[in-house]
Design a protein around this ligand. Structure first.
Ligand code: ZN
Length: 713
């Protein structure tokens, strides 16, 4: 949605492989080859039997555990290499095993750093990043291992199953992308760059979080808060009381920012908030110069370009595309341009209508506000007005019903588990035959020390345990909704319901895989421009007349969402589709051009590139003070660098996939079975385009997205 932080899936660096739930005898001896004092420490991170013991994990456990497992992995790699290792079982199985041993320990640390951040944890997390990067670079540059994989690919290529073959092929590719072919000096330079980039990205994210947390806005005049939803008023007044103040204390978390930009009648309050948000971690705005990411951006871009050139690519965009579904740079830019050709005229028309409605020029801090007023007038619909109809328990159970109808899966809540916060819940999933398929944690409310946005992350990846049994996958589904106030359950806007469906789509992709080779199971090994297909596909279900009765019901009366409101809600889906689209295209083109046009002799001024992109696709003027790139963590701290276009790319795939259900029925058995078996179950074990074609019978077409968003002219 327009002002929602973009849901993201986090599985970027090699250091973020998934965690494995060890069971049925698969047990790593944490004392390793020789017993160490760690064993006596009773380190919960080294206790790899079962789900993570979150409540017992302390920052002090992190570094010793990571050092220990890295030492053990290095030892085991040497040991594997000393044997005859040309076969799948003697090479790939033990290597996948030890990579997973590392993930077993790192995944809960990475997760806690995101959902229960503290200075101590952050410090040890940052201390470990270079250790992990060093290990992964060393692994990726291990020539003996690379040659062994190459021999396996050449000798056994035709006898391997498609999934096995894919796993080997990906690993060979990743060795090359990790610089295994480089000569001595270049190899060490590559290694040094990886280290530096990891710490720069971590610093970027850290600055942004600090800047977001450092700013609050105190208000003692109720007049300034006119228009804001009751929920926000209650929460911010509670915040003020808790800090010993009168009035209202507003923080800079996303739900508050969004509520103010959308609802506050006071234009100066909207502008104040817009400025604070859009200048986070920069040289402008109320925190000017504090936590400034300005210096990190050119450094990150230069190092990325150098990485790409070391590996023989012209630029970092080419390097990024080596692991994507999209083929060449031109294919991506032409795709974005084609979408822009449809989106920009639609957005221009929408902004003209909005200015006529508002009777004034729309500034950046007016857009959401007048869009909401206009939507209310035209559709008689307000986002917050529908909250009472979407109480969280109802939405969750209805969402599970949708998955049950589609794939025959059942969900059961598990109340007995160790957690990182009392609000967290855990659900187990069984398939139609009643067999356990996995579990997922659900952590839905915004709170201090929790990173903003919504995401799915892996806790455990499906894996064969070697004794004929399977370790089932486990996921984290994380959102940042406004917590319940008083006795009422959490009440969601429909946009939040859509976000929840999105992350649930990722979760199903992760849990329903039937591949048991971790590097290509679930979302692993799926190209980033295809990985948003199952999530964006799932969003469609939150908009269907057949589904709304399942997910809505007034939290006090139980009354279903009235039909007129439902019709308006449906009409609202395409509302300002052009404006939504140009915003995503602006980010996507900016990101791709930044990385594909980079020249070390003449490094770009990122703000100038953004300005130029905006001159082509933006329809609302952006004030000079805006420092959007300084907060663009997707590309500077996340895995979307030269890959932000992936959202739109996958949106086309998702719209086209959903069109198959529109044509044959929302819960059509054969279509749902095909989607499950060709897309969800196969994970990264096959080519993304082949998987799509197997499901749809042809390559993806852009028209379905344009039609669904009302832009087809
Ligand atoms: Zn996503």
């Amino acid at each position: 949605m327009l002002y929602r932080t973009h849901p993201k899936i986090l599985h970027g660096s090699p250091a973020s492989y998934a965690r494995i739930r060890c069971a049925c005898g698969y047990r790593w001896d944490p004392a390793g080859p020789k017993r160490s004092s760690l064993y006596a420490m009773n380190n919960p991170l080294l206790e790899t039997n079962g789900l993570p013991a979150f409540s017992a994990i302390e920052p002090v456990h992190v570094r010793p555990a990571i050092e220990r497992v890295l030492e053990a992995n290095r030892h085991d790699i040497r040991s594997i290499l000393s044997r005859d290792i040309d076969g799948w079982d003697s090479l790939v199985v033990p290597i996948e095993d030890l990579q997973h041993r590392l993930n077993t320990i790192w995944s809960p640390v990475r997760h806690l750093n995101a959902v229960r951040n503290s200075e101590e944890l952050r410090n040890v997390y940052n201390e470990c990043l270079p250790l992990l990067t060093e290990y992964h670079t060393e692994f990726g540059q291990n020539e003996a291992l690379f040659r062994a994989y190459l021999r396996l690919e050449e000798s056994a290529g035709s006898t391997l199953s498609p999934a096995h073959s894919r796993a080997v092929k990906n690993t060979v590719r990743d060795f090359r992308l990790a610089g295994v072919d480089l000569s001595g000096e270049k190899k060490s330079r590559f290694k040094a760059i990886m280290q530096k980039l990891a710490s720069l990205s971590a610093k970027f994210e850290e600055n942004l979080l600090d800047a977001t947390n450092a700013w609050t806005h105190h208000i003692d005049d109720a007049q300034q808060l006119r228009g804001l939803p009751e929920q926000v008023l209650e929460l911010t007044s509670k915040n003020a009381r808790e800090s010993g103040q009168e009035g209202w204390l507003l923080s800079l978390d996303f739900p508050t920012y969004h509520a103010i930009l959308t609802h506050a009648h006071d234009r100066s309050l909207r502008k104040t908030y817009y400025e604070a948000w859009m200048t986070r971690a920069s040289d402008r705005g109320p925190m000017s110069g504090r936590f400034d990411n300005g210096g990190l951006i050119p450094e990150i871009l230069a190092l990325r370009h150098e990485t790409a050139q070391l590996l023989g690519f012209d630029n970092y965009a080419q390097y990024s595309l080596a692991t994507k579904m999209a083929g060449a740079e031109t294919e991506v830019m032409e795709f974005l341009k084609e979408l822009a050709e449809h989106s920009v005229p639609a957005a221009r028309k929408e902004i003209e209508e909005l200015e006529t409605f508002a009777g004034q020029t729309i500034e950046a801090w007016d857009l959401a506000y007048f869009a909401e007023r206009y939507k209310q007038q035209r559709l008689q619909l307000s986002e917050d007005q529908l909250r009472p109809y979407f109480p969280l328990p109802r939405v969750l159970s209805g969402m599970f019903d949708v998955a049950r109808h589609l794939y025959g899966v059942e969900f059961e809540e598990d109340h007995d588990f160790d957690s990182w916060h009392p609000d967290v819940r855990l659900f187990a999933v069984r398939n139609a035959a009643g067999e356990p398929r996995g579990e997922f944690y659900v952590d839905l409310y915004a709170r201090p020390a929790k990173r903003g946005g919504a995401w799915m992350d892996e806790c455990v990846v499906r894996k064969a345990l070697g004794n004929g049994t399977i370790a089932n996958p486990v996921a984290y589904l994380v959102c940042n909704f406004m917590p319940p106030v008083g006795e009422a359950p959490a009440l969601l806007t429909h946009a939040e319901v859509v976000t929840l469906f999105h992350e649930f789509g990722h979760t199903l992709h992760h849990l329903m895989t039937t591949v048991d080779i971790p590097s290509v199971a679930g979302v692993n090994g799926v190209p980033w421009d295809a990985v948003e297909l199952p999530s964006q596909f799932m969003e469609n279900y939150a908009w269907q007349p057949e589904v709304l009765p399942l997910i809505s019901g007034h939290y006090q009366t139980g009354a279903a969402l009235p039909e007129d409101k439902f019709e308006m809600l449906k009409a609202s889906r395409a509302f300002h589709a052009g404006l939504h689209s140009v915003r995503q295209l602006e980010f996507g083109i900016f990101d791709f051009r930044l990385h594909s046009e980079y020249s070390p002799e003449d490094p770009p001024c990122v703000l100038d590139v953004l300005k130029e992109v905006r001159s082509n696709v933006a329809v609302v003027p952006v004030p000079e003070f805006v420092r959007f790139p300084h907060g663009f963590s997707h590309i500077f701290a996340g895995g979307y660098s030269a890959g932000y276009y992936s959202y739109k790319w996958a949106e086309v795939l998702a719209a086209d996939a959903f069109a198959a259900f529109e044509e044959r029925g929302l819960f059509d058995r054969r279509t749902a079975d095909a989607f499950r078996s060709e897309i969800l179950e196969r994970g990264g074990a096959c080519d993304a385009m082949e998987a799509f074609v197997s499901f749809r019978g042809r390559k993806p077409q852009i028209e379905h997205l344009l039609r669904q968003s009302g832009m087809l002219r």
